[in-house]
Design a binder for this molecule. Structure first.
Ligand code: ZN
Length: 88
């Protein structure tokens, strides 16, 4: 049970329909859906686990957050600790 097969119908978010629609599995990787096809508009895309892709606004925010975090780490003097390697 739980094993996915090609052609199985699963829910996923379609960027064309902009909502969760029925999709057929068109590609499997390790028993998990890798690519799916929207049964409403027949658009093929990577399986997104029903997650809507981030909007441009969200992408910008994520970028800004990452930058802020990097700056905070730099100003706090956080450095990557070099791993002890075998010395000769
Ligand atoms: Zn669609």
């Amino acid at each position: 049970m739980g094993e996915k097969r090609l052609g199985d119908v699963i829910d996923d978010h379609c960027i064309k329909c902009r909502r969760v629609t029925n999709h057929s599995i068109v590609s499997l990787v390790d028993g998990e859906a890798a690519k799916v096809r929207c049964r409403t508009c027949y658009h093929d895309h990577d399986f997104r686990h029903e997650q809507a892709p981030p909007t441009k606004k969200e992408l910008k925010k994520m970028e800004a957050d990452a930058l802020a975090a990097a700056e905070a780490a730099a100003s706090a003097g956080v450095e990557a600790v070099p791993e002890e390697t075998d010395r000769v």
